[in-house]
Design a protein around this ligand. Structure first.
Ligand code: ADP
Length: 847
């Protein structure tokens, strides 16, 4: 019997039950705490202890309370760390203390035990292969004699707990490991999966889920064929098989079309081996290397660009040592990369530019850029070349400046072009200035019609513009007698300065100018080989103004005639330059034109004067003639009338006594007298028009005038059976009687020059802004157009008087009338036998 009064078998049963329950509870336990709690329950159940505790070592090897029953905080704190065994101690056996009063080892804690009401206690080690890792404590209020069973049960419980703890711990460790693994997998940027040998997914990480829009739970246990299209699945499975077959890791690039384009993955697949080395599946880790590839490509392109650039692209570190060197640099500076990499960049600078390089490097260190800095560099062959440099800092990934990139462009050619351009520009500006000057001068010369003044103006202007001390314009002139001589105008000095000297002669210096050959510009006449060759002076005559600088330009007309020459002089050598030549050349050209003009003007002036003279002479003669004709016709009328009357009287007085043979003579006298009378009337009408009696100018209704004329012609119209029609006729400005005269003459001609047909006459008018054009058409005998001008002459007739009587003055009168009003008359159209149309113009507006 034990102290508790149970029989041995009863105790054994109870112990077994306790152990069984403990095992059952521990198997279900989810955590270590639950294991400990179950152990405490079993301990208190199976022993007489009234309190119990479980302690284990921490990382530092200090033993700590993990679970307890009925112990105060103070007690726990007081005894924490107390243990009879060190962590990992082997072969530890339970220690039973029946009464703390008799335990010298625990003397230090006696007071603590007293306060907590502990008289007896037992230490049961918790140990595994690695030795002690903790302990059980059993506490008793009273002194306690420990039985063998009690302690062995406690030990048995300790053994279970130790195993369960270990098991739980490793399970927790495994779970933690798994969680950690999952966390690592999920936080990896790579797409990761694990499949079993049959290709069924066991695990995928978050990247995988996101990439393929699947979740771990619904992909688990599925193969690629259930997740991807067959062709994709085939490819993936193929890779898996390769890995499984080779049993080694394989790396390959895979491409997957995604929403934002095709992505490239670097996939590593490797077999997953179990503990025994058997392959349990395949793990794949795929990294999206699209960006990296892009960057790689970009840097490949960049490198190609750098290599193919015509510019020198160089990089250097902050110590000024060359770190890279492209083909352009080799071409421009002459060194191959191998000769310069690692060398100081200062080797490329001409000695005086080394400091400038340091300054550039300092600016780079401060993170500044240098733009299009124009400087010079020295080539390998020692040549100095002009370059334009752009330099920028190079930074590392952290943004630290680690060097500089430099692009150098050779601008030697450009520099040269620029210089050439500036020379051209200066020349162009000079030319423009000259042109502008000439444009200003042009009108001054062109408006001058007096050749003398013109020559003076040209000389004055050219002298001022060349800065000459004096200038002269010698002109070849031909007088009316055909003799040629030289005239000259002087500028800058009084004309008298030259009057004492002979005219320039055909010497080597002057001759070419007067022959119009070329411009002569001499910096110093005295040292010119052409100078001083001729008698009698051998140079300038004594007293001549001193000339050193000399410029002579021929003045040649468009027709090639040499009009003269412009000469300029200065007492200082080298005064005249190319631009002066251009200016004088321009002035000479303009002067030549202006002189031509003035000559033409002078000629036309004298021609006009001559013309006017002969015109007035003509007018006078004409007037005399007309006055004579008028008075003669007028005076003839009287004797003519006498002849007519005398003939009449003779006829009457002789009566029947007149013999039949004489009768025709008398009749002849009568007809001739009448005809002569008609002629005289016409001549009078014509001469009265010519005698300057200007017709008045009134506004008349042409229609009304025509009507009156037709009234006067009534008997003639009726007699000939003619039909006269008229169109609308306008209001015109003319003397009424003159218009009537026009109509009368033209219509009576139309009636007179008829053929067998009854005459048809049509009068019409076309009204214009300034003039109205009247037309008179008939269906008469017509006129050969060859005579269209002739018929308007005085006494000009085309037809015999027998058939068509008339004086040949009618159309001449018409011509005079329209002429007086500034108009015209003409035969518009006609043909023999086909009628005629006469037209004339009359002003529409008054004066
Ligand atoms: P004339 O007094 O002879 O008619 P004109 O000066 O009126 O003199 O005419 C000059 C000449 O023009 C006429 O002699 C005639 O030959 C010709 N002539 C003028 N008008 C006409 C016409 N309407 N038809 C044909 N010939 C005409």
């Amino acid at each position: 019997m034990s102290a508790t009064g149970y029989s041995a078998s009863e105790i054994e049963v109870r112990h077994l039950k306790t152990l069984y329950q403990l095992l059952a509870t521990m198997t279900r336990a989810k955590s270590l705490e639950e294991v400990y709690e179950a152990a405490l329950t079993s301990l208190l159940d199976a022993t007489d202890a009234d309190r119990a505790a479980i302690l284990t070592f921490d990382e530092q090897g200090i033993i700590q309370f993990r679970a307890w029953r009925g112990l105060s905080r103070q007690y726990r704190e007081a005894v924490t760390g107390h243990t009879p065994w060190k962590k990992g101690a082997r072969e530890a056996a339970p220690i039973a203390i029946p009464d703390v009063h008799f335990a010298p080892d625990l003397a230090d804690h006696r007071h603590t035990f007293e306060v907590e009401g502990i008289r007896a206690l037992a230490f049961i080690p918790l140990a595994l292969e690695k030795g002690v890792f903790g302990k059980f404590m059993l506490y008793y209020r009273e002194p306690h004699q420990f039985t063998e069973e009690e302690l062995s049960l406690a030990q048995a419980i300790a053994g279970h707990v130790a195993l369960a703890t270990e098991h739980k711990r490793s399970e927790i460790a495994r779970q933690e490991g798994e969680q950690r693994l999952q966390a690592i997998l999920d936080n990896s940027a790579a797409v990761i999966f694990i499949k079993d040998v049959q290709g069924r997914y066991i695990l995928v990480n978050r990247q995988f889920e996101e990439l393929f829009h699947v979740s771990q739970s619904n992909i688990e246990g599925k193969t690629d064929y259930e997740v991807f299209p067959k062709d994709v699945a085939d490819r993936l499975r193929e890779n898996d098989r390769k890995v499984l077959a080779s049993s080694t890791p394989l790396a390959f690039e895979e491409q997957a079309p995604l929403a934002d384009g095709v992505h490239t993955y670097l996939s590593i697949k490797f077999p997953l081996k179990g503990l025994g080395g058997t392959v349990g599946g395949v793990c794949g880790i795929a990294t999206d290397i699209t960006d990296r590839r892009r960057l790689e490509m970009a840097s490949v392109y960049l490198a190609a660009i750098v290599e193919s650039s015509d510019d020198a692209i160089i990089s250097k570190d902050l110590n000024g040592c060359i770190t890279s060197w492209n083909k352009g640099a080799e071409r421009i500076l002459g060194y191959p990369a191998s000769e310069v990499i690692g060398k100081p960049v200062s080797m490329l600078a001409p000695p005086e530019r080394v400091d400038e390089m340091k300054a550039i490097l300092n600016r780079i260190r401060r993170g500044e850029r240098v733009h299009h800095f124009e400087t010079q560099r020295r080539r390998k062959d020692g040549d100095i070349i002009d370059v334009s440099i752009t330099a920028s800092p190079i930074r590392d990934a952290a943004g630290e400046i680690i060097g500089a990139s430099k692009i150098a462009r050779e601008i030697t050619d450009r520099k040269r072009t620029e210089e050439e351009r500036s020379v051209l520009l200066a020349r162009e500006q000079e030319a423009r200035k000259t042109a502008e000057l000439l444009i200003q001068i042009g009108p001054q010369l062109a408006t001058q019609l007096d050749s003398e003044k013109l020559a003076q103006t040209a000389t004055d202007i050219a002298t001022v513009l060349t800065g000459a001390e004096f200038g002269a314009f010698f002109r070849n002139v031909v007088n009316q007698q055909g003799e040629s001589y030289l005239l000259y105008t002087i500028s800058g000095v009084p004309a008298e300065s030259f009057s004492r000297f002979p005219m320039p002669r055909n010497t080597e210096l002057f001759g070419p100018t007067f022959r119009g050959e070329s411009i002569i510009r001499v910096d110093d006449v005295l040292s010119d080989p052409r100078y001083g060759k001729n008698e009698p002076y051998y140079g300038m005559p004594k007293g001549h103004l001193p000339v050193r600088s000399y410029l002579a330009v021929p003045v040649v007309s468009l027709s090639g005639e040499v009009l003269g020459g412009l000469f300029f002089g200065h007492s200082t050598p080298g005064k005249f330059v190319e631009s002066h030549e251009a200016v004088v050349k321009g002035i000479a050209a303009q002067a030549a034109i202006a002189l031509d003009n003035s000559r033409l003007f002078e000629q036309s002036q004298s021609t006009r004067a001559e013309l006017e003279l002969s015109n007035s002479e003509l007018r006078r003669v004409n007037q005399d003639l007309e006055t004579f004709a008028f008075s003669a016709s007028h005076d003839l009328q009287e004797p003519l009338r006498n002849i007519a009357i005398s003939a009449q009287l003779l006829e009457r007085s002789l009566g029947q006594h007149i013999d039949a043979g004489s009768l025709p003579f008398l009749a002849n006298i009568r007809t001739s007298a009448r005809r002569m009378g008609d002629l005289i009337t016409d001549i009078l009408a014509f001469t009265s028009l010519s005698r300057g009696s200007e017709g008045s100018c009134q506004r008349v209704d042409a229609g009304a005038v025509l009507k009156r004329v037709l009234e006067d012609l009534k008997s003639q119209v009726a007699g000939s059976g003619a039909v006269v029609t008229t169109g609308d006729l306008p209001m015109v400005y003319i003397d009424e009687s003159r218009l009537a005269q026009l109509f009368l003459n033209l219509i009576s001609n139309a009636l007179k020059y008829r053929n067998e047909e009854a005459p048809r006459v049509h009068v019409a008018a076309e009204i214009g802004d300034e003039w109205s054009v009247f037309s008179v058409s008939d269906n008469g005998i017509g006129i050969d157009m060859r005579y269209s001008q002739q018929i308007f002459g005085v006494f000009k007739r085309l037809h015999g008087r027998e058939k068509y009587p008339g004086s040949g003055v009618g159309l001449a009168i018409c011509h005079r009338i329209v002429e007086q009003y500034g108009g015209r008359i003409w035969l518009e159209k006609s043909a023999v036998g086909a009628g005629s149309t006469f037209c004339f113009t009359v002003p529409v507006k008054g004066p």
